[in-house]
Design a protein around this ligand. Sequence first.
Ligand code: ADP
Ligand code: MG
Length: 230
Amino acid sequence: MTGAGTAAVAAVERVATRLEAERDHLTELDSAIGDADHGGNMARGWRAAADAAADVEDPDAATVVKTTGKTVMAEVGGAAGPLYGGSLVFASAELDEGLTPESAVAFAETYLEKVQDRGDASVGDATMVDALVPAVHTFKKSIETDELPPVEALAKAVEAARRGVDFTVPIRASKGRASYLGWRSVGHQDPGATSTLFILEALLEVAQEHGDVTVADADATSPTIPDEDV
Ligand code: ADP
Ligand code: MG
C-alpha cells in the first residue's frame, strides 16, 4: 500500500496514458459534432500534467491535483481545458487535510459544482456533465448511504458514468460547439462525457492497484489507541 500522494501521481500518469491511447477515438467523436481537437488537446495536456505531477516533491494528494489542474488549464485549451483544469484546481482545496472517504466525496461534489458553474450545463445538454452528475451522485450515495469502501464506490461511479455517456447519444446537444448542429447532434456520443469516463476508468484502475489509500492515510495520521482488552 502507498500513500495518497504517490497514488495521485500514479493516477495522473495513468490518465495521461489512457488519453494518449484514446486520442484518435476522441478525435473521431469530436470530428462528428465539433472541431476534431478534443483527442489531441486532452492527450497533450494530460501528458504535460503527468510530467508536472511527477515533479512534485514529497507529493500530497491536494498538491498533485492542484498541479494537474493548473497544467491542464494551461495546456488543454478548447472548452474542455478550463472546465477540467479550473475545476480541478478549485476542488483540490477539499483534499488539503488529506484524502479520506469524506474528503473524496467533497472533492467530487465541488468539482462537479465548478464544472456546472463555469459551463452552465445541466444533465441532458449532452456534455461532460451527463457523465459527471451520475458518477458524483453515485459515488456520494455509495460512500455515505451504502457505506461501501471507496474503491467499490468508485467502481459504481464508473458504471454510472458509462450510462451517462450512452445517454448523450440519443439527445440533442444544447451547450458547446456541438449545439451549433442543432438536431444533427442527435445520434452522436459526446466527446467530453467520453473523456470523463476514460479519466474515471483510469482512476479506478489505480485505486484498485494501490488498495485503500484513504484508510492508509487516515491510519497514518490518527493516534494509536491501545487495545485494553489484549
Ligand atoms: P471545443 O468545443 O472548444 O473544441 P473540446 O473539443 O476540447 O472543446 O471539448 C468539447 C467538450 O467539452 C464537449 O464534448 C463537452 O463535453 C464539453 N463542453 C463544451 N461546452 C460545455 C459546457 N458549457 N459545459 C460543460 N461541458 C462542455
Ligand atoms: Mg473540440
